[in-house]
Design a protein around this ligand. Structure first.
Ligand SMILES: *[C@@H]1O[C@H](CO)[C@@H](O)[C@H](O)[C@H]1NC(C)=O
Ligand SMILES: *[C@@H]1O[C@H](CO)[C@@H](O)[C@H](O)[C@H]1NC(C)=O
Ligand SMILES: *[C@@H]1O[C@H](CO)[C@@H](O)[C@H](O)[C@H]1NC(C)=O
Length: 927
């Protein structure tokens, strides 16, 4: 009797979970992301100087500043510093030793944040773009007991070094210089502040100029050039400036990376070291790792990397004689490696993370203090791709003279940020998803086959459909042995859970679709919508050079296949289940879906040009002074269940259904007007247009078109008779506004988009909404029978709401109560103010930040639409706008039902002989 025992345990565990978890938390998922961390802006730091618990801080490539708990990888707090972070990829993050604030620098703004909760302490706008930010680790008598001061170097027209008060953010002094020298970096020792400037020579070379400043007054005390005349062809071979150490340095290499030169700032000597070639490959990257504390030993590590291997040298600085000498080397290893610096009092430790091990050495000698094997990072990578560490930050725990533990936050080549405790992965944050620029749902090949079978049954005549179904079930018998093997497990699951939680292969509801995300740095990452806790595969698909963009757009032209179109290549296909690239182009099923002609749009010199089948079809010239804001075509796969709307009195209003519709938005920056056009994309005809004046063009204007209705939203400026407000407009297109009348199209089965005189009749209604909508999408179901929800991204409250169509229906009766017939249709009286019902919030209480797009896909169940939102965070859920009419809910108690049936069976079994005897007796008594 083993199975019931296990079953009972499962049952108890499940019901215990049910106490805590809402149903909502089971079908939706959310990754609160930061973006790819940069090595120079990531570190372990104790937010509270009196406690030893530290957090990991980072300012990511997306411009998100955040603190992550190293125990479980959860975000403690985060701040979006700039929405358009890419323009400001130069950013800085520093924390002074024993300080409870962190200081960030991005764009032209330096800001201080409470390390514990992320609250802003102060913000300062320097005049030009920041080149560097450091913390001044010195006590010059003028410092208060509180926060340490910061030093910032800004460029632009008036480059300057500024000392910023750590408590108030006020400028203490400012050093500006004349001339054309470009600011490069700033650095400080215990007694001096150094500004490193780049001086362009007549021959086009760069010379490194070091300006020494008095930290108290900001006055220049010395200035000299350290590199020789034609040594540096560009600033690219400058390796690093050791900031805030007991003896800051500047280092550079020649362009062949064969000689390393180091200068201790404030001195004139230059130490030169040959970079030994360890194999036939040239050194491609040289990096310096040094402690950021003025009281640490002045040791540093230089990391060399070739295409196939890496190694490192450790150097010691002799402070008395201002000499640098090589102490020891860390041997060459194949593959990439990451080095990080950790400190304990004055001691410095270097931790090396490679593909297969983590190793810690002291900066003083080469003896290995700790070595741990890495069995794998626990992340998914594409076929044939090896996972390499890119960079790491670590924290060492010292017991006596040995290292008892090392925690390293490692960024991997897959874009995963993992924490290794010694050598074992503890958590993994798929930060690569934060840079998703295009995403799509794909039905797995296994499920696609099932879909085709269902479709055949749905469209055939009843008898052949029945025969088809019986054959299908007979074929299913072949899978019987496999099913039998998994039977005990299935019984337990079947008794107690929903069968929707199985794997991709056994997905009969279509919840386990594959979501493919193309990221800005050229990767394609796949998630399982029904089991999003782990990444299915993660694959580099575009090899981008620094600064290159590829603007991908992913789609799934058929089940099991993902296609990428980018600037570089068109129609590259991948197997959705494995991520393998498919080289044979499969024939595309042209008959699938509705026939929307392939219209291509381009905005050219402010005009919208449309080409159909590569021929120029029409072009749209906005009125003078107008610019095109957006163009939203009707979705390609947009099934419509019914061509009409059934009214309460059983008459029908015919919908204006044309697969070739698009909603175009233009704006006039002078008159502050926005114009919305519904276009026929084949003929270019304008079917509807509306102008709104007094529009705040700085706020988002979002729009959406589906079936025969559209919606758009904008912010109206305050005017004489109304305050500033956000508006949502919904419009619906009909063939005729007279019930049971098809208007000029009447019954002609044969109509052409080029035909004139087929303008729709449009009803539109405006609603006041509480906040702007930054993006819109619409739910999609398999046959379009289920009612729709308008999905609106609310950037201000970091939320997504699903607005039922009935609420924004333009046919809501105005200034009167609905008639009986209208009530039958579910129409309620129009009211101009539309408040977002708390039940509409798909995110519940979670904050979904930075959403740029929402994609939807129908499940196999007609009732359900899958939703996936991306941008910075990733959020997904399943929606049933008309409730789950075709599936039993979680609250359906299978166990109770089966128990009842069993009890009845027992009762029948027990009672049957009694009844039989009674009947027999009754007969005999009569006789
Ligand atoms: C920052 O971006 C600009 C252009 O977007 C690029 O030229 C520059 O090299 C980038 N800087 C870094 C440090 O990546
Ligand atoms: C994708 O890979 C799976 C598993 O290897 C395979 O069964 C399927 O046929 C592949 N699909 C295509 C289109 O190649
Ligand atoms: C549709 O139009 C085409 C071309 O004008 C014509 O050949 C065809 O007979 C028409 N079909 C119907 C059902 O009217």
């Amino acid at each position: 009797m083993r199975v019931p025992w296990i079953a009972a345990t499962f049952f108890l565990a499940r019901s215990a979970l049910a106490v805590f978890a809402d149903e909502a938390w089971n079908v939706d998922y959310h990754y609160a992301l930061l973006g790819l961390p940069k090595q120079s802006t990531s570190f372990f730091h104790q937010p509270n100087p009196s406690s030893r618990a530290s957090l990991i801080y980072t300012l990511s490539e997306e411009g998100v500043l955040g603190a992550v708990n190293p125990r479980d990888g959860s975000v403690v707090w985060r701040q979006l510093l700039l929405s358009e972070a890419l323009a400001y990829n130069v950013s800085f993050l520093r924390a002074g030793e024993g300080q409870d604030t962190v200081i960030s620098g991005i764009g032209s703004q330096v800001a201080a944040w409470s390390a514990a909760d992320g609250r802003q302490a102060w913000i300062l706008d320097t005049a030009g773009p920041l080149q560097d930010v450091e913390i001044l680790e010195l006590s010059d008598g003028r410092e208060t007991a509180g926060a340490k001061d910061a030093i910032a170097l800004s460029g632009g027209e008036h480059p300057a070094v500024v000392r910023i008060d750590g408590t108030s953010g006020a400028i203490k002094w400012q050093y500006q210089w004349d001339g054309v020298d470009q600011p490069y970096q700033v650095s400080a020792s215990t007694t001096e502040v150094f500004a490193i400037l780049l001086h362009k020579t007549l021959l086009g070379y760069v010379k490194l100029k070091v300006v020494s400043l008095d930290p108290v007054t900001g006055r220049k005390t010395d200035e000299h050039v350290v590199s020789s005349e034609n040594e540096l062809a560009s600033a690219e071979t400058i390796v690093s400036v050791g900031a805030n150490s007991a003896s800051p340095i500047v280092a550079w290499t020649n362009s062949a990376h064969s000689v390393l030169k180091v200068n201790i700032l404030g001195t004139k000597e230059i130490s030169s070291f040959n970079i030994e070639a360890h194999d036939s490959h040239a050194v491609e990257r040289v990096e310096i790792h040094a402690p950021y504390h003025t009281n640490s030993l002045s040791h540093f590590l230089v990391h060399y990397e070739t295409a196939t291997s890496h190694w490192a040298d450790v150097f010691h600085i002799d402070l008395k004689n201002s000499k640098i000498e090589k102490a020891y080397s860390l041997p060459k290893m194949t593959g990439k490696g990451a080095f990080s610096t950790g400190t304990s009092d004055a001691n410095v430790f270097f931790t090396r993370v490679t593909r297969d091990q983590v190793m810690t050495v002291s900066s003083a000698s080469h003896g290995v203090l700790g070595r741990w094997a890495v069995a794998g990072f626990g992340v998914a990578a594409g076929p044939g791709e090896s996972v390499e560490p890119v960079h790491a930050v670590s924290e060492v725990s010292i017991k006596g003279t040995s290292v008892s533990a090392v925690r390293s936050a490692v960024l991997l080549s897959t874009g995963d940020w993992v924490l290794l405790r010694d050598g074992s992965p503890v958590w993994n944050r798929p930060e690569v998803l934060a840079s998703t620029v295009s995403a799509t749902f794909a039905i797995p090949a296994e499920v696609q086959e099932f879909v085709q079978q269902l479709e055949a049954e749905a469209h055939g005549n009843p008898i052949s459909a029945y025969i088809h179904r019986v054959t299908r079930h007979l074929q299913d018998l072949q899978k019987l042995p496999a099913i039998m093997a998994s039977l005990p497990q299935r019984i337990v699951q079947g008794f107690l859970g929903t069968s929707a939680d199985g794997g991709i292969a056994s997905d009969s509801f279509g919840f386990h679709q594959i979501i493919a995300c193309a990221t800005r740095d050229g990767r394609l990452v796949a998630l399982d919508a029904g089991n999003p806790d782990k990444v299915l595969w993660n694959q580099q698909v575009a090899d981008l050079q620094l600064g290159q963009t590829w603007q991908p757009s992913v789609s799934s032209p058929e089940g099991g296949i993902i296609e990428i179109n980018s600037k570089a290549s068109a129609g590259v296909r991948y197997n959705a289940s494995t991520g393998e690239q498919l080289f044979s182009i499969l024939p595309i099923d042209e008959t699938a879906g509705e026939v929307a002609l392939p219209v291509k749009y381009a905005i050219h010199k402010g005009e919208l040009d449309a080409t159909v089948d590569t021929k120029m079809a029409w072009h749209f010239t906005p009125m003078s002074g107008e610019r095109i804001v957006s163009l939203v075509p009707r979705p390609v796969n947009d099934p419509v269940a019914s061509i009409g709307k059934v009214l309460g009195d059983r008459r029908v209003l015919y919908k204006y259904l044309d697969p070739n519709l698009a909603l175009l938005v233009t704006a006039n920056d002078v008159t502050k007007a926005a114009t919305f056009y519904v276009l026929n994309t084949i003929s270019g005809a304008i079917l509807y247009s509306n102008v709104h004046s007094g529009v705040d063009l700085g706020s988002p204007i979002s729009s959406m078109l589906s079936e025969n209705w559209f919606a758009y939203s904008f912010t109206a400026e305050a005017s004489a008779n109304s305050p500033k407000g956000h508006q949502l407009v919904a419009g619906e297109l009909f063939e005729s506004l007279v019930a049971n009348d098809r208007g000029p199209l009447s019954a002609s089965a044969n109509y052409s988009s080029m035909q004139t005189g087929t303008e729709p009749f449009t009803l539109a209604q405006t609603y006041q909404i509480p906040e702007p909508i930054s993006h819109m999408a619409v739910t999609r179901t398999r046959q379009g029978i289920t009612s729709r929800q308008l999905l609106a991204v609310l950037a201000d409250s970091s939320a997504i709401v699903g607005i039922p169509y009935g609420v924004i229906d333009p046919r809501r009766p105005v200034s009167r109560d609905p008639t009986k017939d209208e009530q039958m249709e579910g129409l309620v009286r129009y009211s101009p103010v539309l408040d977002f019902d708390p039940k509409w919030y798909l995110n519940h209480q979670r904050e979904i930040v930075g959403i740029k797009d929402v994609v939807t896909s129908p499940a196999l169940l007609e009732s359900t639409s899958l939703v996936f939102a991306y941008g910075l965070d990733v959020f997904g859920t399943r929606l049933s706008p008309s409730f789950s009419f075709d599936v039993l809910g979680k609250d359906f108690n299978k166990f109770q039902m089966l128990a009842t049936v069993a009890a009845l069976a027992v009762a029948t079994f027990v009672v049957a002989p009694l009844v039989a005897r009674k009947q027999v007796n009754a007969r005999w008594q009569f006789a």
